[in-house]
Write a protein that binds this ligand. Structure first.
Ligand SMILES: [Zn+2]
Length: 73
């Protein structure tokens, strides 16, 4: 009987954690939902304002600067 009670408590705790992470949906300053993606260059975790489709490379801020076309002065 005691074991059953223990399991119930553990499940409740897990649900609370789930709800908390849902609440913490990150938004950028324009109110767009940010998705977590892995940078295709350095492998670092980054946030992007679109859902990573997987068929296109996603870059973090640093690598995005490196990969975008250079401005001609
Ligand atoms: Zn990167």
């Amino acid at each position: 009987m005691e074991e059953e009670k223990k399991n119930e408590v553990e499940e409740e705790e897990k649900e609370e954690v789930k709800k908390d992470s849902e609440k913490e949906q990150e938004k950028d300053r324009f109110g767009r939902t940010l998705y977590t993606a892995t940078c295709s260059d350095c492998g670092k975790e980054t946030k992007v304002p679109f859902k990573p489709s997987g068929d296109k490379p996603v870059y973090c801020m640093e690598c995005y600067q490196k990969h975008r076309p250079k401005r001609s002065f």
